[in-house]
Design a protein around this ligand. Structure first.
Ligand code: DAT
Ligand code: MG
Length: 201
């Protein structure tokens, strides 16, 4: 219906000058496009194994300060992953200590906390086939000096203490981090109209 209304709006002359022509054209508008969202709903991706895998991606304070949020989101969108949660927040030390609970004994932990609480972060949940593994590859090596060009860290950062983005590193890690950063109601289950193009259904 959305497509039908857009079609009607961009060609108003059909309606005013020749309503019958407009009606005829609309009736021939491709069913798959006209009812794309319904078709996708019928062939839900949720039945495909692994397609609803989710991961937590965060743009760290340096990434927000350097106005990299849009470019990082764009990489995940253009890859074909689906954004199901997004928010900006100032992280508390408590949340951060839970997030990085495995690093509490590391010598760099105090400076990591200082850096991560120095300004807002943008935290997201992305969904798709093997999104955890793929997003780790897209974000790149922990140490930007070793990160491949083409990765977020390899393109936008130089030092391990300011590596721009976070990506969950395993299924267990992703589930734990998503629950830590998001309430269930903040995550949206929605059918993308491109799912039948991205996946063999
Ligand atoms: P990753 O973020 O790639 O999962 P990690 O979980 O080992 O890496 O470490 C979390 C963050 O801690 C990392 O993104 C940056 C910081 N960090 C890791 N090693 C560091 C080091 N040697 N010096 C300073 N910061 C470090
Ligand atoms: Mg990690």
């Amino acid at each position: 219906m959305l497509q039908r209304s857009i079609f009607s709006r961009i060609l108003p002359q059909f309606h005013s000058a020749n309503p019958e022509t407009a009606k005829s054209l609309l009736s021939r508008f491709p069913t798959a496009l006209l009812h794309g969202h319904r078709a996708a709903a019928h062939r839900s991706t949720s039945s495909l194994p692994g397609v609803t895998e989710r991961t937590l991606i965060a743009v760290k304070p340096d990434g927000v300060q350097r106005r990299l949020v849009g470019q990082i989101i764009q990489r995940f969108e253009q890859r074909g992953f689906k954004l199901v949660g997004l928010k900006m927040l100032q992280v508390s030390e408590d949340l951060l200590s839970q997030h990085y609970c495995q690093l509490r004994t590391k010598p760099f932990y105090p400076s990591l906390v200082h850096y991560m609480t120095s300004g807002p972060v943008v935290v997201m949940v992305w969904e798709g086939h093997k999104v955890i593994q793929s997003s780790r590859t897209m974000v790149g090596h922990t140490n930007p000096a070793e990160a491949q060009a083409g990765t977020v860290r390899g393109d936008f950062s130089v030092h391990v203490s300011r590596n721009v983005a976070h990506a969950s590193d395993s299924l267990e890690g992703a589930q734990r981090e998503i629950q830590l950063w998001f309430q269930g109601k903040e995550l949206l289950n929605w059918e993308g109209c491109d799912q039948t193009i991205l996946y063999e259904m």
